[in-house]
Design a protein around this ligand. Structure first.
Ligand code: SF4
Length: 323
């Protein structure tokens, strides 16, 4: 169905998350980000380390309180939820963490880790029912009954991430923020976990925000893709459109760095580079954040911040090159 005729499950409006460092310095990790997510889709959020993508994800699950802006989930501002509404939100919205080594409590068995959320939301559940539910979840993520009484240190990285996914699924969520869920895993098992996430999405009707720095991973899993640079969105489009027709100078650089498997295409494709490192997000200048590194920068780029504009077809871009 056309997204224009649908109501988003999540709307992010002018979201800012700033960290005050001292009287003169503020780190603007997320600075005026707006986007929406529709039920059942996967939106990829990509950019280099330090661009604010994980901070954005953490604001959506209330691990961080936004400095300003709104996060609307099913029509309600999540920062204003109280009582039963807040409880329902905490059940609906879950996160899968980047590091499967530090995100699981080493003193708890797998049954306790996966069962914890189930017990919170179903206080009257019997031990037998709990065990059945935990086992069902473990089987969904490729683990089995023998794993229930073990501790997280007894598992490989891939298995730990499977436990983390089972924990997220335990409370029947609707929306999951996947924060670089495969970046800490061996390349050999990354594809398995990605495929599993896709299958679980289909089976449970899940909606994902998929945070990653690897554009080939995002291409594989996403319906739409948002590209972030230094706390702001620079481009936002359907995945197919973005990969076929990248427009922002920064997106072009990111895409040209994806290795090409076909040697004939690789021979003819040009690898773009940019000068320098990503600048500090502390007290950023009020101009295009990419200006210092952009090969196309003009005087205007150093004076004013480009707004995110829709070029048609939902392809949004923040760049003075596109009027
Ligand atoms: Fe480059 Fe200017 Fe566009 Fe920024 S606004 S990306 S500096 S051309």
């Amino acid at each position: 169905m056309d997204n224009q005729n649908r109501t988003p499950i999540l709307e992010v409006k002018d979201l800012c998350k700033h960290f005050r460092i001292n009287k003169k310095a503020t780190l603007k990790a997320v600075d005026g980000v707006s986007f929406n997510i529709f039920e059942g889709e996967t939106v990829g959020l990509v950019g280099e380390s330090g661009c604010g993508k994980s901070t954005t994800g953490k604001c959506l699950v209330r691990l961080y309180e936004p400095t300003s802006g709104e996060v609307i989930y099913k029509g309600k501002d999540i920062t204003k939820l109280k009582g039963e509404e807040k409880k329902a939100f905490c059940k609906d919205v879950q996160m899968i963490f980047q590091n499967p080594y530090s995100s699981l409590n080493p003193r708890m068995t797998v049954k306790e880790i996966v069962g914890e959320g189930i017990k919170v939301h179903n206080p009257g559940i019997s031990d037998k029912e709990l065990e059945e539910k935990v086992l069902g979840l473990l089987e969904k993520v490729g683990l089995n009954k023998d794993h229930m009484s073990r501790f997280s240190h007894e598992f490989s990285g891939g298995q730990r991430q499977r436990i983390g996914i089972a924990r997220a699924l335990a409370v029947d969520p609707k929306f999951i923020v996947c924060d670089e869920p495969i970046s800490a895993l061996d390349v050999s098992i990354q594809a398995q976990v990605l495929n599993m996430l896709k299958e679980l999405q289909k089976e449970f009707g899940l909606t994902y925000l998929f945070v990653a720095h690897d554009l080939s991973v995002v291409k594989f899993i996403s319906d739409r893709v948002i590209v972030m640079y230094l706390g702001t969105i620079v481009e936002y489009a359907d995945a197919e459109e973005l990969y076929a027709n990248p427009m922002h100078p920064y997106t072009k650089v990111l895409l040209s760095s994806i290795p090409e498997a076909d040697p004939d295409i690789a021979k003819n494709s040009q690898r773009l580079t940019v000068k320098g490192e990503i600048p500090s997000p502390i007290n950023p200048k009020p101009c295009c954040r990419f200006a210092e590194r952009c090969p196309n920068a003009t005087e205007e780029c150093f004076k004013t911040m480009p707004e995110l504009k829709d070029l048609g077809n939902g392809h949004m871009i923040a760049c003075h090159l596109y009027k």
